[in-house]
Design a protein around this ligand. Sequence first.
Ligand code: AMP
Ligand code: ZN
Length: 143
Amino acid sequence: MDCIFCDIIKGKSEAEIIYEDENIISFLDIRPLNYGHTLVVPKKHYDNFLSLTPAELDYLTKGLQVISAAVEKSIKADGFNIVVNNGKAAGQTVFHFHFHIIPRFTNDFTFRPSFKKYSDGSMKEFADKIRVELNTKRDSING
Ligand code: AMP
Ligand code: ZN
């Protein structure tokens, strides 16, 4: 399988690596939205967010928090976005799961597309559909 992030992990492709341990690798994005734009990547190949195991998610989010703080502090950013593009329709281009940490500076740029407005009653309809789906999943969250 062709995967640029697996190649970076194996040392077959170069990257500006800022952190690495047995489970996680973190390196700078080559097309940064702001300088210091960082990717946090599991060393094991998972196509997307939904295929991660709870254990992977656990250490990745712990790493994500520490790396985000280091990115923000070191480059004196005013804030940062954590972004996951999940699926082609959402803009995912590398199908090896990763978090983006995008450093932000006051008034740098806006990410916001136009907001939609729910028609009468439709907000509840959307919520009902999601609630029905989630009812069978409570144990995965709480258990
Ligand atoms: P996504 O669109 O969420 O799948 O993000 C993939 C990101 O990986 C993009 O922002 C790319 O700029 C970045 N990227 C692709 N190839 C490399 C590479 N060789 N080194 C660093 N970043 C990369
Ligand atoms: Zn991969």
